[in-house]
Design a protein around this ligand. Structure first.
Ligand code: UDP
Length: 312
């Protein structure tokens, strides 16, 4: 198939392009590099089936020829990035999503929209099933991301209902792995970068808040399965293995032999207190569940960060 991946130079986009190329597809990656990295593109260098276009999706898709599939992954996704890029975040999930959907309708393509566990906000239901409507501030510091993704969900559902668009909708939970940027600001890049430099790990707040971390290969496998399934409506993808930030810091310092310990810094406003996916839908309808345990995924991830931060 011929496949468009928006955000193809980002963390998940890079890993997704790698998988789609390995599956024998022809891939066009579109990215404006506002948070993506050209370093990520080097691995596809010389592959005839891969094309990179540096462009802003909100101005259109400057690629001719028909696409069979569109994975719409483009968006700032780390809290420090979307707070720094509020309008880019709002635009790419609204205007950008609309541009993807119009192109998909014109081409007769299927679109997968990358939504997020952030649509559940600071959840009052735990773990979070797709049926939960969420607990989200429309005006808080995270709202530019959370509400942009919620609007994106409303848009794809409107295209499905009113225009007969062929839509898949994924809610991605915390993901980690190779090709994450060390300066990305999220907790695993921060902790690993700090541990490799023998600095104390910065725990925001008291560290009792939880997240559930999924290795990127597992996530990408779920994305492809969802795209090729007939599952309609939202589908959570994530690893239910929940841990507190204190537990995560302990694992990172122990595994990377960092004697520097931890320091506490203020908790960002509206930081969700806990997050864990209910993956019943993905398990029963896609036959998907994560296969990489945290120890194995973390070892690969640490190796990646080491190669970027401490090149031989
Ligand atoms: N966090 C932390 N130290 C850091 C970066 C993040 O303790 O250096 C915390 C953050 O406050 C949140 C959790 O780790 O509770 C996950 O943050 P991240 O930015 O990775 O993603 P989020 O799930 O909040 O979007």
């Amino acid at each position: 198939m011929r496949i468009l991946v928006t955000g193809g130079a980002g963390f998940v986009g890079t890993n997704l392009c790698k998988r789609l190329l390995a599956d024998g597809h022809s891939v066009v990656a579109l990215d404006n590099l506002c948070t993506g990295s050209t370093r990520n593109l080097a691995m596809h260098h010389g592959r005839q089936a891969f094309e990179f276009i540096q462009a802003d999706l909100c101005q259109g898709v400057p690629a001719s020829g028909r696409f069979d599939r569109i994975y719409h992954m483009a968006s700032p996704a780390s809290p420090i990035h979307y707070v720094r890029l509020p309008f880019a975040t709002l635009d790419v999930n609204s205007i950008g999503t609309r541009i993807c959907l119009d192109r998909a309708l014109a081409d007769g393509a299927r679109t997968l929209f990358a939504s997020t566990s952030e649509v559940y906000g600071d959840p009052q239901v735990h773990p979070q099933p797709e049926s939960y409507w969420g607990h989200v501030s429309s005006i808080g510091p995270r709202s530019v991301y959370d509400e942009a993704k919620r609007f994106g969900e409303a848009l794809v559902m409107a295209y499905e209902r009113s225009r007969g668009a062929d839509i898949r909708l994924v809610r991605i939970f915390n993901t980690y792995g190779p090709w994450m940027q060390p300066q990305d600001g999220r907790v695993i890049p921060n902790f690993v970068s700090q541990a490799l430099r023998r600095q104390p790990l910065t725990i925001f707040g008291d560290g009792t808040q939880t997240r559930s971390f999924c290795f990127v290969d597992d996530l990408v496998d779920g994305l492809v399965r969802l795209m090729e399934s007939d599952v309609r409506g939202p589908c959570n993808l994530g690893n239910p293995n929940e841990m507190s930030m204190l537990e995560l810091a302990e694992i990172v310092n122990r595994t990377l032999d960092n004697p520097a310990g931890i320091v506490h810094e203020p908790l960002p406003k509206h930081d969700p207190t806990r997050r864990r996916p209910d993956i019943t839908r993905a398990t029963t309808q896609l036959g998907w569940s994560p296969t990489v345990d945290f120890e194995a995924g973390f070892a690969q991830t640490a190796q990646w960060f080491r190669s970027v931060l401490l090149p031989a």
